[in-house]
Design a protein around this ligand. Structure first.
Ligand SMILES: Nc1ncnc2c1ncn2[C@@H]1O[C@H](COP(=O)(O)OP(=O)(O)OP(=O)(O)O)[C@@H](O)[C@H]1O
Ligand SMILES: [Mg+2]
Length: 363
């Protein structure tokens, strides 16, 4: 068991590719932290540095209070699972899972007990005697995960382990992993570029972009209070709507002028927005927080429906007014193209970002 602390971790490849940029992050002991970000943002490089497979250009790595920056991988007691399963094709499933234990000269009886235990957890007890190469991709990844968990290392590093697995197995394995992690009480770092996976799995999410840590917080924090527009957009399905506005004053109220429409924020004198009168800001609102009405209601703005996408039991409705397009996520209902609807922006859900830095404006 270990807390992992990354201090100003930086990796520059070939003297020019800045893959990870001054990353400081504390992964609590027994925590399940997800590294989330788009392709190329430095997730795998970070994991490889934690595992000892890549030497940082600058910065330090600690496990608990011990600095491990220069320790070779085999002395770190971490296990890493990669995107694509790596199995020993000539061996049976049992031998594949037992491999790390046999290599450590664990007694045979104990090996058998632990392999059977973990095979049950991953639902592969019935294929233990089969040769690994005949298995499908999903089962192979189960074998790899079982082999990782049989070993009980200090830290588990899982790098998009469910990518090559079909969707139903993915949901099943996600649950197994979460249960195992909390049952074993071990530290796990889980890389994904799928925000819904991070939201369902992790205790804390580290959102990265271009090698930098943008925000580190609980799923609720990153969802409810994104630190900047990137996090607001990246988290959520679909991501947050953003509307560039200038802040104006009208009869003591604040008006956010988006050119195609205006949003009123009453009580300007009490509002932090008064400091922004005459300036540009970005208004953010999540698609699920827009209020859609079939008839005109007070304070609502009329929009035209230009696209309707069913997503599970909900609809994502694309709405247009002038040049502006917003997405609203609403319960399934009759909604036709070119229909006029009225949109309200509930004050309690409005987020404000600086028009230049794109960082959240602290209220
Ligand atoms: N060995 C390497 N040599 C040179 N550049 C590299 C090397 N490994 C990674 N990079 C670059 O470093 C950056 C970060 O890559 P990394 O693989 O860590 O991203 P990632 O977040 O894991 O992306 P993905 O979601 O696609 O797996 C990218 O620009 C990548 O091209
Ligand atoms: Mg990667």
């Amino acid at each position: 068991m270990a807390k992992v602390y990354l201090e100003n971790l930086t990796k520059i490849f070939e003297g020019r590719v800045l893959a990870v940029d001054r990353l400081t992050l504390e992964i609590p002991d027994k925590g399940l932290v997800s590294l989330l970000g788009p392709s190329g943002c430095g997730k795998t490089t970070t994991m490889r540095m934690i595992a000892g497979l890549e030497v940082p250009t600058r910065g330090k790595i600690y496990f608990d209070d011990q600095e491990v920056t220069d320790l070779p991988p085999e002395e770190r007691n971490v296990a890493m699972v990669f995107q694509f399963p790596v199995i020993y094709p000539g061996m049976t499933v049992f031998e594949n899972i037992a491999f790390p234990l046999v290599a450590r000269k664990v007694p045979k009886k104990e090996v058998k007990k632990r392999v059977e235990e973990v095979a049950n957890v991953f639902g592969i007890a019935d294929v233990l005697s089969k040769k690994a190469h005949i298995l499908d991709a999903g089962t192979r990844q189960k074998v790899v995960l079982a082999r990782t968990f049989v070993r009980r290392p200090h830290v588990y590093l899982l790098d998009e382990p469910l990518t090559s697995v079909d969707p139903s197995t993915r949901v099943e394995l996600r649950t197994v992993l979460k249960k195992l992690q909390s049952h074993l009480g071990q530290t796990m770092v889980y890389v994904t570029h799928d925000q819904s996976e991070a939201l369902t799995l992790a205790d804390r999410i580290a959102v990265m972009n271009e090698g930098k840590l943008l925000q580190y917080g609980s799923p609720e924090e990153v969802y409810n209070n994104p630190k900047n527009t990137f996090v607001g957009y990246f988290i959520g399905n679909p991501g947050m709507n953003f509307i560039g506005c200038s802040v104006e004053e009208e009869k003591g109220s604040c008006v956010l002028n988006a050119e195609d429409f205006r949003v009123f924020v009453p009580d300007l004198p009490n509002s932090f927005l008064r400091d922004f009168v005459g300036k540009k800001i970005i208004l953010g609102i999540r698609p699920e927080n827009l209020e859609i009405h079939a008839k005109a209601v007070s304070g609502a703005i009329s929009f035209l429906v230009i696209l309707v996408e069913p997503v599970g039991n909900r609809l994502v409705v694309h709405l247009k007014k002038g040049e502006k397009v917003l997405k609203a996520k609403i319960p399934r209902q009759e909604m036709s193209l070119q229909q006029e609807v009225w949109v309200r922006f509930p004050l309690e859900f409005l987020k404000f970002f600086d028009g230049e830095t794109l960082e959240t404006i602290e209220v």
